[in-house]
Design a protein around this ligand. Structure first.
Ligand code: E4P
Length: 220
């Protein structure tokens, strides 16, 4: 599973990229707004840090405006993927942009039928939101399973991006379900490293090493 960071914060993106495990970045209008720069500027800076798919979302809600905005965003950098909301006009814009060879990420997906429409429209990525479904007592992970099954049944090329991942178990379960991509906040990525037995084991190894070489005075 590819790992994407779900943030527009440059410090977080640099830290994640330094670990060598970040394949891409997803942003949305809320995440861009937090950083205080225009979207064009912010995503260009993100593209300079991570060499992978960088999603930039349109804010228009009418198809022809979405297409114009998407074309403009796609010109910023070759790695930009145009993010479109899963509404009727979004699907129309997705079909048009896909025909032009512009890669799209259809977002705000909450049902398998919506994901089917996005795939039919040629979406490069579909983004089902796991956490937001869990928030309203629906099983978000079941949606990932269902979309993966439907796409496999018909050989759709659209990649399933598990979004709105809130904790490490969401990441593990998305990978088990067969999601192609998991996008997560920096905090969640950082948590994936943690295991008390790793810390305890390393502590013991280092203590044993220090003790042996201090006692014998031997060189390492
Ligand atoms: C991803 O593309 C979405 O913008 C994001 O994962 C939403 O996450 P949230 O539900 O935690 O805001």
């Amino acid at each position: 599973m590819k790992i994407f960071l779900d943030t527009a914060n440059l410090d977080e993106i640099r830290k994640g990229a330094d670990w060598g495990i970040v394949d891409g970045v997803t942003t949305n209008p809320s995440l861009i707004a937090k950083e205080g720069r225009p979207i064009e500027e912010q995503v260009r800076m993100i593209c300079d840090i991570v060499d992978g798919d960088i999603s930039a979302e349109v804010v228009a809600t009418e198809a022809s405006e979405m297409i114009r905005e998407g074309q403009k965003l796609a010109k910023i950098h070759k790695n930009i993927v145009v993010k479109l909301p899963l509404i009727r006009d979004g699907i129309k814009a997705c079909a048009a942009l896909s025909k032009e060879g512009i890669r799209t990420n259809v977002t705000l997906c909450f049902s398998a039928n919506q994901a089917l429409l996005a795939a039919k429209a040629g979406a490069y990525i579909i983004s089902p939101f796991v956490g937001r479904l869990d928030d309203i007592s629906h099983d978000g992970m079941e949606l990932i399973h269902n979309i993966c099954t439907i796409y496999e049944n018909y050989g759709f090329k659209t990649q399933v991006l598990a979004a709105s991942l809130r904790h490490p178990l969401h990441v593990q379960d998305s990978a088990l379900a067969g999601a192609h991509i998991g996008t997560m906040p920096f905090k969640v990525l950082d948590m994936l490293f943690n295991h008390p037995l790793t810390d305890r084991g390393l502590d013991q190894f280092l203590k044993d090493h220090a003790k042996a070489f201090q006692e014998t005075g031997a060189k390492r």
